[in-house]
Design a protein around this ligand. Structure first.
Ligand code: HSE
Length: 302
């Protein structure tokens, strides 16, 4: 009657794939524990949240996990009550898919507990509603990889069409989380609503190149494709020392460097664990030099 589910951090956008590409990491992640109370009342309650510094709402309708559990019960017609406890293991507003991880862990825990046989795509739609609560839009590029694992493409939002992509075996990610906060909602508001045809051509070329590289495990093509002419030039101004960090990672052998989701976290993709570990020290030095504290995670893309 009790279950604990882990859902991982995710990197959304992956440079050229704004709102459509994302991948999951092996760590860190959030844990959601659900307790089933078979009282026929259908109440949902959040009994505890740890690791959020007291900042996340405990009201069910305001909390990503709460929203997801409530919707799961509604859509399946289950009348048991559920007690939720959430253990956050990554910072909020970090661009590491924190809200998505909680929403996905919640819906996956519901499915494990009640075994309603809900298809993954329907679980995804529920988790997206949790995401909508957290950031104002129901984008799926964090929730999809958190739920499915690996690399995912949102081919279309209406109707929702998710494509799972292969992950090259030696693909590692260095995730840098500087101690700065950027709210997804604000990071979306500053974007231009129109793009030029020329930029659209560059961006689609890179998306196609990146996807092709995942299939062929062509790390050089992957590296050439990790570019973003639409979003990075605007959003990078929200992140201190972004250009210097990027330059340092690339100089030290990273395949590519970009903003993780809406930032302020940044990611570098590398070929092999050794190559990933090699860039940690120089990146830490750049942060130290400007007096910004932060955390750097090395993790396999999976
Ligand atoms: N695609 C979303 C954005 C991800 O960039 O706004 C948010 O984490």
């Amino acid at each position: 009657n009790k279950i604990k589910v882990f859902a991982p951090a995710t990197v959304a956008n992956v440079s050229c794939g704004f709102d459509i590409l994302g991948f999951a990491l092996s760590n860190p992640g959030d844990e959601v524990t659900l307790q089933r109370i078979p009282d026929g009342k259908g109440n949902v309650n959040i009994s505890g949240i740890s690791g959020d510094g007291g900042r996340l709402p405990k009201e069910v309708d305001e909390n990503t996990a709460g929203v997801a559990v409530k919707l799961y019960l509604k859509n399946t017609g289950i009348s048991d009550s559920v007690e939720i406890s959430i253990a956050k293991q990554m910072p909020l507003g970090s661009g590491m898919g924190s809200s998505a991880a909680s929403a996905v862990a919640a819906v996956a825990a519901c499915e494990a507990l009640f075994d309603a046989g809900m298809p993954l795509i329907d679980q995804l739609k529920i988790a997206m509603e949790g995401e909508r609560k957290a950031c104002g839009t129901a984008h799926a590029d964090n929730v999809a990889p958190a739920l499915y694992g690996g690399f995912t493409l949102i081919r279309s939002y209406q109707p929702l069409d998710v494509v799972r992509l292969p992950v090259p075996e030696k693909l590692y990610c260095v995730l840098i989380n500087p101690d700065v906060e950027v709210r997804t909602q604000s990071a979306r508001e500053i974007l231009k609503q129109k793009v030029s045809l020329q930029d659209a051509v560059i961006q689609t070329g890179n998306v196609a190149g990146l996807i092709s590289a995942l299939y062929s495990e062509d790390y050089e093509l992957l590296s050439r494709s990790l570019q973003d002419v639409l979003v990075e030039p605007i959003r990078k101004i929200l992140i201190p020392v972004y250009d210097k960090m990027k330059y340092t990672a690339l100089e030290n052998g990273a395949l590519g460097y970009g903003i993780s989701g809406s930032g302020p976290s940044m990611f570098a993709l590398c070929e092999g664990r050794e190559s990933a570990e090699k860039i940690v020290k120089p990146l830490n030095e750049v942060l130290d030099n400007v007096g910004i504290s932060g955390k750097i995670y090395v993790s396999q893309v999976n």
